[in-house]
Design a protein around this ligand. Structure first.
Ligand code: GAL
Length: 715
């Protein structure tokens, strides 16, 4: 029977290339996922991670296991890997974003085995995305999970589970690839719901290495929707003469997704305007080596805190933990191949095709994925290459359309969807449909959490305007803004500290004002949102005052109270933003409210739906730092030496509003079995910041204490 062991624990690491038999003492003990270096928050120098490191893992095999077929599966290693078992080269792999495997059956021994991986994180111009300039950092290391996979000689190699006729007569077809056929081989395919109830089953004799199992006449199935992302499990079992020899399971969702030539995107037959953001996978300090929990957190932030219905995995295949979470919570995904503007020679292009194939084979069972990006982001037209990527994508996955992200409108349209980065203030219309905007904003208006309010507000309004335009445009299926989170970059980009401040959230996933606009587009049935887009000061804006005042909210009416005087009740600005589900509320008050010289009072905004008050926010006019607020993204961690929680640190007024100019120093103490990842002391920029807690290998209570002078400490 198949046995898959997580192989993340008990690695040794040394940040240099050492002999394969180098003494164990010179290595440090580490757990995957791992970054070959920890970095400061600002001014990460890409040269610092560009070296060859040695990873080593000893493991023991029993004689029972050594008689099977054995594979080492790598989910992602940045950027090139040379893998050895017991001194024998198994092979090398080029490319950091998609999985690869090596069979070790012939080299493994009963007893102790030594796996060595030389990881070369050099930005090698022969390997995508490198060769030209790249506006993001790749980092280095074995930064995703590793598994030991033990199977019988006869086993399942790959399963493509395809829900079909979803809206009429739902059925499931599973393309199964099998290794080493045997006589008396039977394939048993079982579809179960999330509670384990069997919905359908089929058994068939196996005479070929590729075959399709069809499950039709299904009882009613729940559709996978954004609100109720129902998942089912299909299990593929192989029997030889009634003995079970292999079983693999994959989750599936029954949903129909189509970009139509009428201009709209349809999910389950219903038009849906796509509203989303791009995501880079990197975090401060740890680069790309975020464990499962932080990957899941990003999906949750995009869906729940930012109200997105789609994310683009710019510009590469992202962690399986991230995509799995998108399936579970109902967040659509546009996933694309690695690269940035540059196309290399034939060998480089062969790696693009390899990356594409690996991405689609890994991810084609995910209901959340609705579109494959089959061009190197913003590369020039190359019809030979892109006819080929389109063909491969369609051959490997007949159920999904392709896009190819370009930044010039007259690019040759070889895909199914014209996916365009559109940095104009308007909507560029390519005269073809379907048309999806895959980026806007970004370098047009970088914004920091500690920029002045006018800029942060203007940044938010860039997103407001573009989404209003796209939502009102019948030829546009949706728009995916640049981008969700600030990210590390090369010296050729960014603000000088090697950071692109393009996110609607910062690198710690803490909100800028633009984030509140996104969130306010949620349905109030999911969450009532009410956020005054101001710190309510008398003299921060040019000319002073707070005119006009903007409130991002999904209420239908907002009351503005200053001190104890109710100033106005206003409606959303449908004149300026008629196409948004929830236009911002904007009030100008040149006429009757001018507290200049007379004193500023607290602001209260109240949100009403159908006349009933459903939300209230107060902002203190005194702006006195009141509380040091700590929040952990999770109350528990696995004691696996790798799990991490984000702990946000914010200086807030007496009503809980972050004070953006409190650039104060926070000091931390950790007690218990966890390691602090981050700077200590940490300068809170924009009145906020975050550190990370990483588990050790023992259980127990972890306490993080933060101290900022003159404020009560927080735990
Ligand atoms: C785009 C590019 C993104 C990012 C963005 C910044 O052209 O595709 O990766 O660099 O610009 O605005």
């Amino acid at each position: 029977m198949r046995n898959v062991q997580n192989f993340n624990a008990d690695w040794r690491f040394i940040p240099e290339k050492v002999a394969i038999d180098a003494p164990e003492e010179i290595f440090e003990s580490i757990t995957l996922p791992h970054t070959n270096k920890l970095f400061p928050r600002h001014s990460v120098d890409n040269h610092d991670y560009q070296f060859i490191a040695t990873y080593r893992k000893r493991f023991t095999l029993s004689d029972q296991i050594a008689a099977k077929r054995l594979f080492i599966d790598f989910d992602g290693v940045m950027l090139a890997s040379f893998v050895y078992l017991n001194g024998q080269l198994l092979g090398n792999h080029k490319g950091g974003y998609t999985p690869f495997s090596f069979e070790i059956t012939d080299y493994a021994v009963v007893g102790e085995n030594v796996l060595t991986v030389y990881v070369d994180a050099t930005e090698n111009p022969e390997i995508p995305p490198f060769g030209g300039k790249v506006d993001y950092l790749a980092f280095g290391g074995i930064y995703r999970d590793v598994f030991l996979r033990v199977v019988e000689p006869c086993h399942v190699v790959n399963v493509f589970a395809r829900p079909i006729n979803v809206l009429t007569a739902p059925a499931l077809e599973c393309d199964v690839q099998i290794a080493e056929l045997a006589s008396g081989l039977v394939l048993d395919t079982v579809l179960q719901d999330s509670q384990g109830h069997v919905l359908a089953r089929t058994r068939q004799d196996v005479h070929a290495e590729s075959l399709t199992a069809a499950l039709s006449d299904l009882p009613p199935v729940e559709l996978w929707t954004l609100e109720n992302p129902a998942l089912y499990v299909v299990s593929i079992r192989l029997y030889i003469n009634d003995n079970l020899v292999d079983e693999v399971s994959t989750r599936v969702g029954f949903r129909a997704a189509e970009f139509s030539t009428d201009g709209s995107f349809y999910l389950n037959g219903q038009p849906l305007k796509l509203f989303g953001l791009n995501r880079h996978q990197t975090y401060p300090y740890i680069g790309a080596a975020a464990p499962a929990r932080l990957q899941q957190l990003d999906a949750e932030i995009l869906k729940y805190e930012l109200g997105c219905n789609i994310v683009r995995t710019s510009h590469y295949a992202q962690s399986p933990h991230f995509i799995n979470r998108c399936d579970e919570i109902g967040l659509l995904v546009l996933e694309e191949i690695a690269g940035w503007q540059h196309i290399g020679d034939a060998a480089w292009q062969a790696l693009v095709l390899q990356d594409l194939e690996a991405m689609i084979k890994r991810d084609r069972n995910h209901p959340s994925i609705i579109l494959w990006g089959v061009r190197v982001n913003e590369s020039p037209d190359d019809d030979a290459l892109y006819l080929c990527t389109n063909q491969i994508a369609h051959e490997l996955d007949s159920t999904r359309q392709t896009g190819g992200i370009r930044n010039f409108i007259y690019s040759h349209f070889l895909e199914d969807v014209f996916t365009l980065n559109d940095f104009s203030e308007d909507i560029q219309t390519p005269l073809v449909r379907p048309h999806l905007i895959t980026e806007f904003g970004g370098h047009m208006f970088p914004t920091k959490t500690w920029d002045n309010e006018e800029r942060r507000l203007e940044h938010a309004f860039k997103h407001v305007h573009k989404h209003n335009l796209q939502m009102g445009h019948p030829d546009v299926a949706g728009a995916i803004g640049w981008c969700a989170f600030d990210y590390h970059t090369h010296q050729d980009f960014g603000s000088g500290d090697r950071i692109c401040y393009h996110g609607v959230m910062d690198m710690d996933r803490l909100p800028k004002l633009a984030a509140y606009f996104y969130r306010s587009q949620k349905s109030p049935k999911d969450e009532v949102v009410l956020n005054a887009a101001t710190s309510w000061t008398m003299g921060d804006r040019s000319g002073g005052g707070n005119n006009p005042l903007t409130i991002f909210s999904n209420c239908d009416e907002v009351e503005i109270v200053i001190g104890d005087h109710s100033y106005a009740r206003i409606k959303p600005d449908t004149d300026q933003f008629p196409h948004l589900p929830h236009p911002p509320f904007i009030i100008g008050w040149s006429d009757s409210y001018n507290p200049w010289g007379t004193g500023l009072d607290d602001l209260t905004v109240r949100g009403f739906i159908n006349g009933e008050m459903v939300a209230e926010q107060k902002i203190a006019a005194d702006h006195v730092p009141h509380t040091l607020r700590l929040k952990a993204s999770s109350a528990t961690l696995y004691a696996d030496g790798a799990d991490m929680a984000r702990v946000t640190v914010q200086i807030v007024d007496k009503y809980g509003n972050v004070l953006p100019y409190q650039a104060r120093i926070a000091r931390f103490e950790v007690a218990g079995p966890a390691e602090l990842i981050g700077e200590n002391p940490l300068v809170l920029m924009g009145g906020q910041g975050a550190v990370y807690l990483k588990s050790r290998h023992t259980t127990g209570d972890v306490t993080l204490r933060a101290v900022v002078d003159d404020l009560p400490s927080a735990e």
